[in-house]
Structures are given as C-alpha cells and as structure tokens.
Design a protein around this ligand. Structure first.
Ligand code: SAH
Length: 248
C-alpha cells in the first residue's frame, strides 16, 4: 500500500508536506494551549513533523496514520531524533475509516481531507475519535482569488473551481456544519514557496541520481514546468490554513 510515486519522489526531502513552515506549526500548537499529556490523532500525518515537534515542545502524546511508506518511516526517524519516540506512534496504513482506540483531545487532518471524502466527512470521521469538547483541526486550501477559468483552477491542484471555497465561505461552511471556529492559522506565500520550491531541487537531484529510471521522463517534465506554474498560479490563487473547530 502506498501513495502515487510522484509524491514519494518530489516530497522525499520535505519534513512538512503542506504550505506551513515550522514556525506556523509552532504557532498553531501554542494558540491551541495544548496541555501536557493531551492525546492528538493525526490522519495523513506525513513525515510526522506536527506530532513530533508538539510532543517535544508541548508534551503531547499521539498517533499518526499515513499511507506513504517513506513518510511513515521518516516520521519514526524524526521521533527518535527529537527524543519523543515514546510519546508518538506512527502507523503506515490507510486512514479512511480510522478510529482511535483511545479518545483524543485533538483530532486532526491537516491537508488530506479526501481521507474522509471531503471536509464534512473528515470532520465526522475525526469526531469518532474525539473526547467531549475536544478540538478538531482541519487543514484545507481555499482560493485567495477566484480563478477566472477552470483551466487556471487545474493549475492549482484542483479539478475544478468548485473544489475549493473562498476563505469567508470556507469559514461559513464550518459554521453551517455546527462548529465554532475557535482558532485558525493561515499559511502565506513564503510557506507556499517552501512547499513548492523545495520540490524543485529534490527533483533535480533525483534526476542526476536516477537518469535511466522509467520515471525520469515524468520528473523531467514536472521540473520544467513547476516553477513557472507556481509563480503564475499557485502562489497567487491558492491559500491554505488550519482551522480549529469545536462542536457547538
Ligand atoms: N499532514 C502532513 C501531510 C500532508 S500531505 C503534513 O502536514 O506534513 C497529505 C498526506 O496524506 C501525505 O503524507 C499522504 O501520504 C497521506 N495520505 C494520502 N492518502 C491517505 C490515506 N488514504 N490514508 C492515510 N494517509 C494518506
């Protein structure tokens, strides 16, 4: 079981697989006023940076599930590196339908809401693992500017303009689902640069090391277009943020 190979190549050197910087994750942990010992569930935990740094900085414990074999391994190594391997556990697997055996104070899905079939379904799934009055974290893209055409939306990791909302509509959608938005931390363009631009050097170095790989043509094509696509579209049109929710 694994995710499409392209991500395991382009994001192999990423610690954070979304437009958040380490500072943004630290801010998020701080504004949530996490108490030591809080249990955190993370669906689509990637390379585990959120759980590992929060375990180190705020004393949380937690479990992360991710479908990438590579990222799950990197998460375990990161936990050892930060001395928190006893506090956080990483499971390699499909997080669809995953319910924690012990209820959590925070249940998160940060940039992978397809796991629950969209934002509403993911909130419903996370709720099954959540303590009464626990906090749900949803990391989700939104439009900073509405793409003028469907073609522009497709350049921004969307299949269609309707895949994402403008920020006021995204916030309103949480309200309509019966949740208070109790905090939010938004990514910025620098964060998008860190997420996207970090892929380019990784791709270039991978190409140098794997010139005869079957995948080289695809990676070559991606590296050729990625920087221009990023500065023309993603950087300008796409926003991203993590929203902290509590059921009303
Ligand atoms: N939350 C992480 C990773 C976000 S990227 C971070 O902030 O760094 C999305 C992640 O979802 C990737 O790590 C990918 O491997 C994982 N993923 C995709 N589909 C999944 C599924 N069905 N179950 C579990 N993880 C999945």
């Amino acid at each position: 079981m694994d995710i499409p190979r392209i991500y395991n190549v382009t994001e192999s050197a990423h610690r954070i697989h979304n437009p958040f910087t380490p500072e943004k994750f630290a801010t998020l942990g701080a504004v949530l006023r996490l108490e030591s010992g809080t249990r955190v569930l993370d669906l689509g935990s990637g390379s585990g940076e959120m759980l590992c740094t929060w375990a180190r900085d705020y004393g949380i414990t937690g479990v992360g599930i991710d479908m990438s074999q590579l990222f799950s391994k990197q998460a375990e190594l990161r936990a050892e590196e930060l001395g928190v391997a006893g506090s956080v556990e990483f499971i390699h697997g499909d997080a669809a339908g995953f319910v924690a055996d012990e209820k959590c104070g925070v249940a998160a899905c940060v940039g992978a809401t397809w796991i629950g079939g969209g934002v509403a379904g993911t909130i419903e799934l996370l709720t099954k693992s959540l303590c009464t009055n626990g906090i749900i974290l949803i990391g989700e893209p939104y439009w900073r500017q509405l793409p003028p055409t469907e073609a522009v939306a497709k350049e921004c990791f969307a299949n269609s303009v309707s895949d994402f909302l403008m920020l006021p509509d995204l916030v309103a959608s949480f309200d309509e689902l019966g949740y208070d938005v109790v905090e939010m931390v938004l990514a910025d363009q620098e964060g998008w640069d860190r997420y996207e631009a970090a892929k380019w050097l990784t791709m270039r170095q991978w190409l140098e090391a794997n010139p005869d790989d079957d995948f080289a043509k695809e990676i070559r094509a991606e590296l050729t277009i990625a920087p221009k696509r990023h500065v023309t579209y993603v950087r300008e049109f796409l926003g991203w943020g993590v929203f902290a929710l509590m059921a009303r």
